[in-house]
Design a protein around this ligand. Structure first.
Ligand SMILES: [Fe+2]
Length: 176
């Protein structure tokens, strides 16, 4: 395989990139140059050696769990309030959370982070919180949503601060 690679280096590199879910055109989506090599991530110039892995692991694991939990809260609220007047609003916010979770799943793969073992707990607890607040009424459901969004904003601001203190250039993709 190594001999065959000498004449077709690019092909070999693209082959190896499959492990980090390389997709044609991904660099266009993220606006980053695609660098394909065995030791680099495909869509960025980042290598695992370049980053503070424990810090990035912690940030991505917590954020992935948070987005997962938020999705479960909206799923619970929609189970109760989907046909009410606030149904479309909750649906719209849930759609945004689905996008956030999709992005977090991509980062989990890209940075090779092990998701939290507590996901099954967030699955049930998030759904029950959503159902519980929805059963209290539309206002309680929306108050829960506002409280969650506010705490997430504070949480993300703290993480941005941490990454800026580490190295803004190195963590450009995460900061975006
Ligand atoms: Fe979110």
């Amino acid at each position: 395989m190594a001999k065959a690679a000498v004449g077709s280096g690019l092909l070999l590199l693209r082959e190896q990139c499959r492990r980090c879910a390389h997709r044609e055109g991904a660099e266009g989506k993220w606006g980053l140059q695609s660098i394909c090599s065995p030791s680099r991530f495909c869509s960025t110039r980042i290598t695992l050696d370049d980053i503070n892995k424990p810090v990035i692991d912690r940030i991505i694991r917590v954020d992935h769990a948070g987005e997962y939990g938020a999705n479960r809260i909206y799923a619970g609220q929609m189970a109760v309030l989907s046909r009410s007047s606030v149904g479309p609003v909750i649906r719209q916010m849930w759609d945004q959370e689905k996008d956030h979770l999709k992005k977090m799943k991509e980062l989990v793969i890209l940075y090779r982070v092990r998701p939290t073992v507590l996901l099954p707990l967030w699955n049930i607890a998030g759904f029950m919180l959503g159902v519980g607040t929805a059963l209290l009424g539309k206002q309680a459901a929306m108050a829960c949503t506002v409280a969650v969004e506010e705490s997430i904003a504070v949480h993300y601001n703290n993480q941005i601060r941490t990454l800026l203190e580490e190295d803004p250039e190195k963590y450009k993709e995460l900061l975006e």
